[in-house]
Design a protein around this ligand. Structure first.
Ligand code: ATP
Length: 511
């Protein structure tokens, strides 16, 4: 097992041990690719939602919120193209009996070659020091050039297969690239089949009257069908956006990598409605806005990159992903898509209702174009968890596991710890707890030595511990101990609130 796999395993078991994430229905051996958020996980998840919602809806006067239902009229999914085209190309390995997405196998092949190129570059950087010119090196180094050629070849061939909808050629590409099953190493592949990812169920009381409906595979369509209702009732002028956080369901073929790819997950989506012809400007603006939002979180700017799509979805005229450096490599965290007027036009066609905006500036009605930002809440959770997870060596051979979660996202902002249970320290500490709990989500712990309690709070990411000791009873001062630096300061209890506010307020991130 390599170091990253090992680290990822540790993160998964930490998430369980410290009450962040449990496998769904674990007592029945679990349900594959479905997870539950436990007592600390739900707090972190809610805080991520708050951060996204505040920066989208609260901070933008031209974006409003929506909470549309999961079940929608089945024609919605005919119109959107999901019934006919929300498919993944799947391929089975005949020896291992494992199932894969054909495009993912090819992308992983490309990813491996990219890693080889990056290794060459890192080696050369070390060798040449300040004199190193990466562009020049990429253009002249024979091994890099050969590998780049392989990447370009695989990329362009895969793109063509998708453009031509040619599954036979796609399988041939896997054979030609000599891609083997990552688990068994076998190259014995079946033909590729299309597989629809929507979960269906039925609505209605009896089997005769029941009709098939779907669990929504994305939240976006709930926004589109409500576009005119929201526009009219909010009196927003274009350009404006509608934001929504909600569950989506996909019957994913490859259900690995923990909460990265789930069958039931949550999306935070914003559809921005613009005047036709301005979409590529807005696409650029949202690309910049979104990467800035991610980088400001402080998880490390080097952990993000854009991946522009070669293979555009049927509804898009431009698309990219923001990828995050997860423990298993750079993978999609958020998608930004210029969706044209595809969705609204299709809904007009299938519903027979006009979904047009009357633009008073030009005295004309039109179907707006749409730029979408769509981020997986669970993937964001995993990004925060993975980047915050640190095993640290301390003095005198000690070590600690700490979650350096951005303070305002931490499940608890503060832990109140009486040094000992006796001599009235507990009572004093509990009184403080009761006074402060109205302002923040805080916790109280009086069990075990204070050092062990600090470690427990480190492990769940609590940014500040407040310790009450015997001096507190005399002079109303307490010790604040900070998670990341482990520094301690003494403060008067009258100043606690402002000390905490200064450090953890969401305001710092929003302004
Ligand atoms: P992928 O290529 O990884 O399957 P996608 O391109 O199909 O993702 P979108 O349809 O663009 O994803 O959905 C927007 C966002 O929703 C993604 O960027 C991702 O963060 C999240 N998402 C999509 N599918 C899942 C899933 N199965 N589990 C968790 N999050 C998901």
């Amino acid at each position: 097992m390599n170091a990253n796999q090992d680290r990822f395993k540790k993160i998964i078991s930490h998430a369980k041990e410290y009450g962040f994430i449990f496998q769904s229905s674990e007592i029945y051996d679990g349900l594959s690719a479905v997870y539950d958020y436990a007592q600390n996980g739900v707090e972190l998840k809610n805080n991520i939602k708050k951060y996204w919602w505040a920066s989208m809806v609260q901070m933008n006067d031209n974006i409003v919120g929506l909470d549309s239902s999961i079940l929608m009229h089945p024609t919605t999914w005919k119109a959107s193209g999901h019934v006919d085209a929300f498919n993944d190309p799947l391929i089975d390995n005949k020896d291992s009996k494992l199932r894969y997405r054909a495009d993912v196998l090819i992308e992983d092949y490309i990813g491996k070659i990219e890693t080889k190129i990056n290794k060459e570059i890192t080696k050369a950087k070390k060798r040449f020091g300040d004199a190193f010119d990466e562009d020049q090196f990429r253009k002249t180094n024979i091994r890099v050039l050969e590998n780049q050629k392989k990447i370009d070849n695989a990329t362009s061939k895969m793109k063509k297969c998708f453009e031509d909808d040619d599954l036979v050629a796609l399988k041939q590409l896997i054979v030609d690239l000599e891609i083997s099953d990552p688990v068994s190493g076998s190259k014995n592949w079946t033909d590729i089949k299309q597989f629809n990812l929507m979960f269906s169920t039925s609505i209605g009381a009896s089997s005769e009257s029941a009709s098939e409906i779907y669990l929504r595979p994305e939240t976006a369509q709930g926004i589109f069908v409500n576009f005119l209702n929201v526009q009219k009732s909010s009196r927003k002028k274009i350009p404006f956006g509608i934001a929504q956080i909600g569950k989506a369901f996909r019957n994913e073929i490859i259900a690995r990598q923990f909460i990265f790819r789930m069958r039931e997950f949550e999306q935070m989506e914003m559809q921005f409605f613009v005047k036709p012809g301005t979409q590529s400007d807005w696409y650029k603006i949202w690309k910049e806005n979104r990467i800035k939002w991610h980088k400001e979180l402080g998880l490390g700017e080097e952990n993000y990159r854009f991946h522009d799509h070669d293979k555009l979805a049927h509804y898009a005229d431009a698309a990219c992903d923001i990828e995050f450096n997860f423990p298993f490599g750079f993978k999609e965290l958020e998608g930004i898509h210029s969706r044209t007027d595809f969705d609204l036009t299709k809904h007009e066609e299938y519903s027979g209702k006009k979904l047009r905006y009357f633009d008073p500036e030009i005295n004309e009605s039109y179907v707006p174009y749409v730029v979408e930002t769509s981020i997986g809440l669970d993937r964001m959770f995993l990004a925060v968890l993975a980047a915050s997870f640190k095993d640290e060596k301390l003095e005198e051979g000690n070590s600690r596991t700490v979650l350096k979660i951005p303070d305002f996202l931490a499940p608890y902002k503060l832990a109140i710890l009486p040094l000992v249970k006796k001599d009235g320290l507990s009572e004093y500490a509990k009184k403080l707890y009761d006074e402060l709990k109205i302002h923040y989500n805080i916790t109280y712990d009086e069990k075990d030595a204070v050092g062990r309690r600090y470690r427990r709070q480190d492990a769940i990411g609590t940014p500040i511990c407040l310790t009450v000791d015997h001096d507190s009873l005399k002079d109303d001062t307490v010790t604040l101990r900070f998670r990341d630096s482990m520094d301690q300061i003494r403060v008067n209890i009258a100043d606690i609130k402002s000390e905490i506010d200064d450090r953890i307020s969401l305001h710092h991130w929003l302004t």
